[in-house]
Design a protein around this ligand. Structure first.
Ligand code: DQA
Length: 140
């Protein structure tokens, strides 16, 4: 069974309550249950942290055996060279996901430090982006 890890970065624990006009009103825990039902053939894991180092540790720990990471790094996308180095340093392919269309928002959201070391990116399609990323990883 393939193992895919969904990794959410800072403030994404607030999904459902945080700026629902941008991020929707569903909690990630509720959405994760629908993902598990949609992909019964995959062992899905979910990890969220507000701490950059904890995200790095998780990528190091699972990045040599997991089949894929779906990573929404939140604001660390736009700031973290360390996260880019962690992704580059492991074997597991990573798909970058953003719920909102970062290119239609403030210019500081237009640059991603992780894009160049990810396999691809899905941006602006809401929570659906996570399911699309899993589908893409399964095609690998
Ligand atoms: C986000 C976009 C980021 O710019 C922002 O900092 C987030 C969420 C998204 O999913 O749209 O926290 O990654």
């Amino acid at each position: 069974m393939k193992e895919i890890h969904i990794i959410n970065g800072p403030n994404l624990n607030l999904l459902g309550r945080r700026q629902p006009e941008i991020y929707g009103s569903q909690t990630f825990e509720a959405y994760f249950a629908t993902l598990q039902a949609a992909f019964p053939q995959v062992r899905l894991h979910y990890f969220q942290s507000n701490h950059e180092g904890a995200l790095l540790d998780y990528i190091h720990e699972h990045g040599f055996r997991a089949d894929g990471f779906v990573l929404n790094a939140g604001a660390y996308t736009h700031t973290s060279i360390a996260l880019a180095d962690a992704i580059a340093g492991v074997k597991t392919p990573v798909i970058e996901v953003h719920i909102s269309n970062v290119y239609a928002r403030e210019s500081f959201r237009h640059h991603s430090f992780i894009a160049a070391v990810c396999k691809g990116a899905i941006v602006g399609l809401g929570l659906r982006g996570y399911a699309l990323a899993i589908t893409a990883l399964l095609d690998e």
